[in-house]
Write a protein that binds this ligand. Structure first.
Ligand code: 13P
Length: 349
């Protein structure tokens, strides 16, 4: 099937009360791992590429691989999403390539490091929304700033530095018309999110719930949602890695989020850990091997296992056949005639 609008995918997830994993890719094996997991669990899926990934793989290679994934898996709805677009131009180039969804991360300035003002964020996000919706493309915005740095993108620091203010979230959703809203609740990109199992003092699920109460129909997005499982850390370290003890976002907290409006769940680090552990194992146990297939195959399998598990845990498993894709041109008409709403339902405080 053709690539699907992320808006359609998230609207369906809201109807079904489940979340959809958005998994980052840089290469063919990661795309294959995601598709193998989606096929096995019968899941709709969001595949996403950061600016770093687009640069690493080269735009055309990566996009053609996604098109191949869609062609080879006609029963799986796939949305292709630009992760953390830093400017109007970045989002425009993804749309020109054929991405069906973009994130305009206006929470940071174009350098991808410096927090921007609320007004700057509204202005650039609104501009992307106008351009994207005219072309049937979904837009995710971000209000509040995540911690950490990934692929050179991020303000650094703790996830607690710029937690989302629920009132600002409401105003941002109203003024931009975004389809999905990423919020900052204490998570950060990468492996080092928390120094112990997170509780409510560092992982602000109360803020997420407060935002969902004010914006009950808005699709919320949880970034930095790798769980950084101990068994994956242990494999990396057992075979010569050097990861410090660390904690991610427990799956049960993500599930609490999903019960409170989270529809898109971003996962990258867990897959990176799974791949690295599997490759290290082959290198350590059979140092005489040098055919890349000898370590890329187990690496792909290890990532597939993590992705399939998350698909079941997020609830998207079994939902691939629930709906047929609406053509992107029809989605564009829907935004134009108002049948696809871009104004959030706002509940009183
Ligand atoms: P993790 O580093 O927790 O996997 O988060 C990835 C992410 O949020 C990509 O935008």
């Amino acid at each position: 099937m053709p690539l699907v609008s992320m808006r359609q995918l998230l609207d369906e997830a809201a109807k079904g009360g489940y979340g959809v994993g958005a998994f980052n890719v840089n290469d063919m094996e990661q795309i294959q791992a995601i598709m193998m997991a989606a096929k096995e669990t019968k899941s709709p899926v969001i595949v996403q590429a950061s600016r770093g990934a687009r640069q690493f793989a080269e735009d055309l290679y990566l996009f053609r691989l996604i098109q191949a994934a869609a062609e080879l898996n006609p029963d799986i709805p796939i949305a292709m999403h630009q992760d953390h677009g830093n400017s109007f131009e970045t989002c425009k180039s993804a749309i020109t390539l054929g991405y069906t969804s973009v994130m305009m991360d206006g929470s940071l300035k174009e350098d991808g490091k410096t927090p921007s003002s609320f007004e700057e964020n509204v202005e650039v996000t609104r501009r992307v929304v106008d351009y994207a919706h005219e072309r049937g493309v979904t837009v995710e915005g971000e209000i509040g700033v995540l911690g950490g740095v990934e692929d050179g993108h991020g303000a650094g620091g703790s996830g607690l530095d710029h937690i989302t203010d629920p009132d600002q979230a409401v105003e941002f959703a109203e003024r931009t018309g975004v389809d999905a809203l990423a919020i900052a609740i204490g998570t950060s990109h990468g492996a080092y999110k928390f120094t112990k199992k997170p509780d409510g003092s560092v992982l602000k699920m109360d803020v997420l719930i407060a935002i969902h109460k004010r914006l009950p129909k808005t699709h919320l997005v949880m970034h930095g949602s790798s769980s950084v499982p101990k068994d994956l850390q242990d494999i990396v370290n057992k075979y010569g890695g050097n990861l410090k003890e660390t904690w991610g976002v427990p799956v049960e907290e993500i599930q609490l989020g999903i019960r409170n409006g989270v529809r898109k769940v971003n996962v990258d680090t867990d897959n990176r850990l799974a791949i690295t552990g599997a490759i290290r194992k082959v290198f350590a146990e059979t140092p005489e091997k040098f055919d890349p297939r000898d370590y890329m195959k187990p690496a792909r399998e290890a990532m597939k296992k993590v992705v399939a598990q998350r698909m079941v845990e997020f609830g998207q498993a079994g939902h691939a056949g629930d709906y047929s894709p609406i053509a992107i041109a029809e989605i564009a008409k829907g935004y134009k005639d108002g049948s696809l709403s871009t104004q959030p339902l706002v509940a009183a405080k």
